[in-house]
Write a protein that binds this ligand. Structure first.
Ligand code: ADP
Ligand code: MG
Length: 327
């Protein structure tokens, strides 16, 4: 894109006066100033058209989601959002798209006091890469590696809803209109659990955000922590919001499909975390303070590997990692 076009576009859609950052958009670097005693938490996530979203998606929702998936990583570390950068590759200078995208992006950014301090803009296939910066007390970040034998395993919010919406888009499932809208909102505008991540500082022993499915992401925690665990498939499947909120909605879904959505659906952006049994009350209070439901769904054990069991404790033979379609 022409130089004038590029700078005009940045000035028009992505430049706002810096608030907390000493220097924002406009120079070769932005400057950030974490508070004394705090460490910077940094994470990047890229969204590629056709892989992570459809070209037809509402740009305002895409702006929301591009930042939300990044804020979710800060949440998983118990970090408070400070700032972000935006690297954008655009096929054309589509003003209506840019207006919508920046509106959705800044609405979520403002809700979290997270300011856009820089980025890069180039012509190319539609591709959105955001890097977020947060702060966390030195040594106080929630890590994947802190789970201990006998800790409880918890999950926030609801699971599997985004996957249900995806299956409706794929044509493998049909849902009543109002339930589809609920699922679609969860897929297109996930809520990063930032407040919960902050409330769990000093309480959770390990945490991860669920982007690729509960089972796969929990296995990252087990491996990083050198432990194993037991997961109650039905306690997790009960977190499928559409099942919880409307029994009629589960008509087209058998138990296996419900478990598959909740345990391996992906795109949930909930937090899976562990905490000692002695912290149960503190975890409940953290959930309450963050206005986010938290549910106990398993237990950490010494023996490596994840054992998935039903409500009676019997092994569930279904394979979750390879879940791809509804049976
Ligand atoms: P440089 O050539 O030094 O990398 P650029 O000319 O690419 O800088 O960008 C000019 C300024 O605009 C920089 O401060 C950069 O961080 C900022 N910027 C570029 N693209 C974006 C964007 N999409 N959102 C926010 N800031 C951006
Ligand atoms: Mg540049």
């Amino acid at each position: 894109m022409s130089v004038a076009g590029e700078f005009d576009l940045i000035a028009r859609y992505f430049t706002r006066p810096a608030k907390r950052a000493p220097l924002g958009v406009g120079d070769d670097c932005a400057l950030l100033a974490p508070a004394p005693g705090m460490q910077l938490a940094v994470s990047s996530d890229m969204l590629v058209e056709g892989r992570h979203f459809l070209s037809t998606v509402d740009p305002a929702k895409l702006g929301h989601k591009a930042l939300a998936v990044n804020l979710s990583d800060l949440a998983a570390c118990g970090a408070k959002p400070l700032a972000f950068t935006l690297a954008l590759s655009l096929p054309t200078k589509d003003e209506a798209w840019l207006e919508g995208f920046s509106r959705g992006l800044f609405a979520l950014a403002d809700a979290h006091g997270c300011e856009l301090v820089g980025g890069d803009t180039t012509r190319g296939p539609l591709n959105i890469c955001i890097t977020v910066f947060g702060e966390v007390p030195a040594g106080g970040a929630l890590l994947r590696s802190g789970a201990k034998a006998d800790d409880d395993v918890w999950v926030s919010g609801t699971l599997g809803d985004a996957r249900l919406a995806l299956e409706v888009f794929r044509g493998t499932l049909s849902l009543p209109a109002e339930l589809f809208e609920l699922a679609r909102a969860r897929m297109e505008q996930p809520t990063p659990r930032v407040a919960l991540g902050l409330a769990l500082r000093g309480i959770a022993s390990a945490a991860v955000d669920i982007s690729d499915g509960l089972v796969g992401d929990l296995e990252h925690v087990l491996r990083a922590s050198g432990v194993g665990g037991r997961l109650d498939a039905d306690a997790a499947a009960d977190r499928l919001a559409l099942v919880a909120h409307a029994t009629g909605a589960s008509a087209g879904l058998d138990r296996e499909a419900r478990r598959a959505c909740a345990l391996a659906g992906g795109d949930d952006y909930e937090l899976a975390f562990t905490a000692p049994e002695s912290a149960r009350k503190a975890v409940e209070q953290a959930g309450h303070a963050a206005n986010t439901p938290v549910t106990r769904i398993g237990r950490i054990e010494m023996e490596a590997g994840l054992r998935i069991v039903d409500a009676q404790g019997a092994p569930v033979v279904q394979r979750f990692a390879s879940f791809d379609h509804f049976a």
